[in-house]
Structure formats: structure tokens, C-alpha cells
Design a binder for this molecule. Structure first.
Ligand code: 13P
Length: 342
């Protein structure tokens, strides 16, 4: 049986030692990031920032693909090369965020459902033509007093599955991202329970919607303590609980699992991923890697600060984090390597 293009893409996305750079911040989200470094949120600044990230020499050694935002997919590099083409030349697969954000879920206080299914068939066809080979859709689940509700879990699982089917109908590998937010003072046990619930709902919905698991990638949050919880579970416990949930809920046919960082610090995100890969080395049905946004870009953004003079330092910071996470995806990360940063 010959392998489909989507299967090849999915496997390339999670090739050994490689992960994904999430650079798909919407115009609103990048505004928050730019505010932290006092850079104005203009189209030329967004282009300059993404140009800095994507022209980092050697990034393709650690990063298999980059998730872009609609505007970025249509932009060109400073040298006049369309970003999707530039990424391909540098050994990275272009991907595209296709959801239109998490909106208030009717009749469910403090809960969201991700929108963007209307017209998605047409948009995916266009994105494929423009060079994208995979896509992303993020659902958010909030842990709180009385949440999540069954309504929220079911509505988001349904939307994720409809999205994934539409992607595959257009040749795009869907990254399925149900994020259980770390906000709150709940313990790690509650996070584990909710993550398990959400993943079970997602895989049932994917089955109902005829999604081919071999041609899909899961992007989950890790099982961690709430950000304001009194007890912060240690790295080993996070690793063990996260893998326990994945084993219970994620079919072996799924091409790979790439975590989001979700507000974890840069180094902790690397440590958690590394611990899972050390603990379960070779004994899991899927590769475990990264698809970090903040935990890959944070140091680079702070080094850049909107100035051309800082591009080399910002690229060195990005390359360093990409390398640390590549090592973590193989269970070969060591915290002392952080000190040797360029
Ligand atoms: P973070 O790693 O910053 O959570 O971003 C990943 C992402 O793509 C969120 O949708």
C-alpha cells in the first residue's frame, strides 16, 4: 500500500528529534506579546518578527514545521520570498491555524467553544494551494467551579472533529488541540480527570466524523497542577500522570503527540517533555514531542525588541530553545546545558 501524502506529512512532523514551532498568534495575541517588549503592533513589525524567526539558520534541524496565521502565510520575507516557500527551503513544513478563536459558549458561564467551521472547506482548499500541508484548531477547556460542563466538552470535541475531517478532505494533516487551561487553583488530580474526559470525547467524535487517525497529530496540554494550586506537582509526577492519560485515551494509530506549553516556563516545558521521554523510552506507540509557542519564542522575543541590531541574538535564543526541546523529545535534555547557551 503506498503511503498517502498526508501520512508522510504527519510522520515528518514528528520525525525523531523534531517538533513544531507555533508562530500562529492572531493579530490580537501578537499585540499582547509585542506590548511586553514595547513594539507597536503593525503589519511591517509582524513581518519583521516572523522574518527573524523563520530565517534562523539551522532551525530546520530541530523544527519540522511551523504553524502560521493567515496573514503570515500571505506575507513575504524581507528578501521577497513568500514565507511558506522560505520555510520549505529551510527544511520546515508550513502549517496554518484555521480556527477563528474561542468564543463564549451559550448558556455556559465562563466557558468557550472554538468557532470557524463556516466556510472552512473553501479556506482549507486555498491554504493547500498556498503551500500549507497541515493545520491547527485549538479548543480551550476551563477548570473551575462547576466547569467544565458536559456541554463544553461535547461542543468542542464535535468542532475539533468536524475541523479535522474538513482538513483531511483537502489534503491537510489536522493538529487536534484540546487545551485544558492551567489557570485556577485545582490540584493535578483534577487536571488529570478533565484531560481524560476531554480526550475520550475527542477520539469518539473523530471516529464518528471518519477522521483517519494515521493522518492526524494530537496537541494536548500536559497534566499539571493549576497555576495557583498550593501544591505544585514535581516533574516526575507530571510526566507519569500525563503519559497515563495518553495511554488510556489516545489510539496507537495516531501519528504523534506534540505538546503545547500553555504558560509553563521555558525550562520547565523542556524538563516535562524530557522526563516523559526518559521514563517511557521506546515503550509508547507514538513519539512525544513539542509544538510550543511561548516556550520557544519567549527568550527570542525578549532579545529582539523590534530592532534589526538584535536579530542575531534573537535567532540564537530561538535556536537554543529549539535544540533544548529537540533533546527533550529524545529524552536527552540536561538542565546544565542551559548554562552553555550561546
Ligand atoms: P503555547 O505553547 O504558548 O501554549 O502555544 C501553543 C499553541 O499553539 C497554542 O494554541
Amino acid at each position: 500500500m503506498s503511503m498517502s501524502e498526508m501520512r508522510k506529512t504527519a510522520l515528518a512532523m514528528v520525525a525523531r528529534g523534531q517538533g513544531i514551532l507555533a508562530a500562529d498568534e492572531s493579530t490580537g495575541t501578537i499585540e499582547k506579546r509585542f506590548k511586553s517588549i514595547n513594539v507597536e503592533n503593525t503589519e511591517p513589525n509582524r513581518q519583521a518578527y516572523r522574518d527573524m524567526l523563520f530565517t534562523t539558520k539551522g532551525l530546520g534541524d530541530y523544527v519540522s514545521g511551523v504553524i502560521l496565521y493567515d496573514e503570515t502565510l500571505r506575507q513575504k520575507s524581507k528578501a521577497g520570498v513568500p514565507f511558506p516557500e522560505l520555510l520549505k527551503k529551510n527544511g520546515m513544513i508550513p502549517g496554518i491555524k484555521v480556527d477563528e478563536g474561542a468564543k463564549d459558549l451559550a448558556l455556559c458561564r465562563n466557558e468557550k467553544v472554538t468557532e470557524g467551521l463556516d466556510g472552512l472547506m473553501k479556506r482549507c482548499a486555498e491554504y493547500y494551494k498556498m503551500g500549507a500541508r497541515f493545520a491547527k484548531w485549538r479548543a480551550v477547556i476551563t477548570i473551575g467551579d462547576g466547569t467544565p460542563t458536559t456541554t463544553c466538552i461535547a461542543a468542542n470535541a464535535h468542532a475539533l472533529a468536524r475541523y479535522a475531517a474538513i482538513c483531511q478532505a483537502n489534503g491537510l494533516v489536522p493538529i487536534v488541540e484540546p487545551e485544558v487551561l492551567m489557570d485556577g487553583n485545582h490540584g493535578i488530580e483534577r487536571c488529570q480527570e478533565v484531560t481524560e474526559w476531554a480526550l475520550n470525547a475527542v477520539y469518539e467524535a473523530l471516529y464518528i466524523n471518519r477522521v483517519s487517525l494515521e493522518e492526524s497529530v494530537l496537541k494536548p496540554s500536559m497534566v499539571i497542577s493549576g497555576a495557583d494550586a498550593k501544591r505544585q506537582a514535581p516533574v516526575a509526577e507530571v510526566a507519569e500522570r500525563t503519559v497515563t492519560v495518553l495511554k488510556r485515551c489516545v489510539p496507537a494509530a495516531v501519528a504523534g503527540i506534540v505538546f503545547l506549553s500553555g504558560g509553563q516556563s521555558d525550562e520547565i516545558a523542556s524538563e516535562h517533555l524530557d522526563a516523559m521521554n526518559k521514563m517511557f523510552k521506546g515503550n509508547l506507540p507514538w513519539p512525544l514531542s513539542f509544538s510550543y509557542g511561548r516556550a520557544l519564542q519567549h527568550a527570542s522575543l525578549n532579545a529582539w525588541r523590534g530592532s534589526t541590531a538584535n536579530v542575531a541574538a534573537a535567532q540564537a535564543a530561538l535556536l537554543h530553545r529549539a535544540r533544548m526541546n529537540s533533546l527533550a523529545s529524545k529524552g536527552e535534555y540536561r538542565p546544565d546545558l542551559e548554562k552553555n547557551a550561546a
